[in-house]
Design a protein around this ligand. Structure first.
Ligand SMILES: Nc1nc2c(ncn2[C@@H]2O[C@H](COP(=O)(O)OP(=O)(O)OP(=O)(O)O)[C@@H](O)[C@H]2O)c(=O)[nH]1
Ligand SMILES: [Mg+2]
Length: 392
């Protein structure tokens, strides 16, 4: 499907930039337009691919191009004040050719954390196409203020979008490596997972149209109903059939014959589906209780078959307990078969519960510290009051 992507804040801008690169490399055609919004001038300059006229600097009167320093209330305020400048950039893109908006943002900082929900609310008021969010949770080692920001942003963002797709930096940190050092790899993971999903509904020229190809309406239907989504993914290398039909002749044309190879194809698919659903999700959660799901099998068409996808889909229905599991293929001429699973409307997410608890504790702590510091200052100043006259 074709998206208008708007990256809000530094993380958001970098991820959208990376989506453009993915689009170029894979010809997926999912990024119909890309915009970056930030209060930090340097972050906008640092982007590689987003066209310069689509980089919007907000809050100049308030923060002079230096960012809001993780103050997400200020981030929300400047987004509201300068929403017309963002809208001007959106006016210049062909929104009539777009299936949905995707607002991308890190939720732990200030600009994106505060601004992304404001923009989502604005877009929903003006446009009829869906507005999705892609929100990135901070690592738990980033500290209290990031956790508090993320909890507040999450709560508001999920309310303002048609669906909030979540990626948790914390569970993707490489062991022994700081999150900062691993962002390139993490961003690649984000773009691959969400790229395969959104790319599934966008079969380009010259690509084979499979029997049960995923349509963008199936992605939209899976996401509709709102809530929080997570994505599972697993892939396996296969040999690409470059000789033109030799392999497909052995497997009975579409890999769906009854020979041994067809059984292999089916088994490969069902085991990939299990790995994707039970392995690391973009937001870790219990898959049981998921409201809706979409399974996308991608790879060379001779490695995809209906039986495998149908089995994978049934298995997902059993594991999630959902009555609404869609499935289809996404034929691509790449030497791997992959399963991407969109779990939409997940309900059992311990990570979010914990995030909210820690945020409430952080909020209480900060209130205590604030009170204490006011008392301390009073005491400090009182002590001196007897001896000194105030200046004015
Ligand atoms: N996955 C990923 N996460 C990032 C990246 N950069 C930052 N983050 C995360 O996003 C959070 C917010 O950081 P930024 O996006 O830099 O914040 P901002 O929106 O620019 O806001 P301010 O800098 O406070 O004005 C951080 O706490 C990190 O968890 C990135 O390149 N990839
Ligand atoms: Mg920043």
């Amino acid at each position: 499907m074709k998206l208008a992507m708007i990256g809000f804040g530094q993380a958001g801008g970098k991820i959208v930039d990376r989506f453009l690169e993915y689009d170029d490399q894979t010809n997926s055609g999912i990024v119909r337009a890309a915009i970056a919004v930030n209060s930090a001038k340097a972050d906008l300059i640092g982007l590689d691919r987003i066209p310069e006229e689509n980089r919007v600097l907000i809050g100049q009167a308030r923060v002079k191009g230096h960012g809001v320093g993780a103050d997400n209330e200020l981030g929300a305020e400047i987004a509201e004040e300068d929403i017309d400048e963002v809208q001007n950039a959106i006016d210049a893109i062909p929104t009539h050719e777009v299936d949905a908006f995707l607002v991308v943002s890190g939720m732990g900082g200030g600009t994106g954390s505060g601004g992304a929900p404001v923009l989502a609310k604005h877009l929903k008021r003006i446009y009829t196409i869906p507005v999705y969010g892609l929100g990135v949770l901070p690592g738990t080692d980033e500290g209290g203020i990031y956790t508090l920001n993320a909890a507040r942003s999450f709560q508001t963002f999920v309310r303002e979008v048609d669906n909030l797709l979540v990626f948790d930096n914390d569970s993707w940190r490489q062991t022994g490596e700081s999150v900062e050092g691993g962002y390139d790899q993490i961003n690649e993971e984000i773009v691959r997972r969400f790229g395969v999903l959104f790319g599934a509904g966008e079969v380009g020229d010259g690509q084979e149209v499979a029997e049960s190809v995923v349509d963008s309406s199936e992605i939209i239907n899976t996401l509709s109903g709102g809530g929080v989504s997570t994505v599972g993914y697993a892939s396996e290398e296969v040999e690409l059939n470059t000789s033109g039909g030799l392999l497909s002749r052995f497997t009975g044309g579409d890999g769906g014959g009854d020979g041994l190879d067809a059984a292999n194809t089916t088994n490969r698919i069902t085991s990939l589906v299990r790995k994707a659903a039970l392995g690391r999700l973009t937001l870790p959660c219990e898959i049981e209780g998921t409201e809706r799901a979409l399974l996308v099998l991608s790879g060379p068409s001779e490695y995809l078959n209906r039986k495998g996808i149908e089995r994978g889909r049934k298995w997902l229905e059993e594991e999630t307990g959902s009555m609404e599991v869609r499935g289809g293929d996404f034929p691509r001429n790449e030497p791997e078969v992959s399963a991407a699973i969109l779990l939409s409307g997940v309900t059992n997410v311990p990570r979010i519960k914990r995030l909210q608890q820690v945020a409430i504790e952080a909020q209480d702590n900060m209130d205590d510290i604030q009170e204490e510091s006011e008392e301390n200052l009073e005491e400090l100043v009182e002590d001196d009051e007897d001896e000194l006259e105030p200046l004015f």
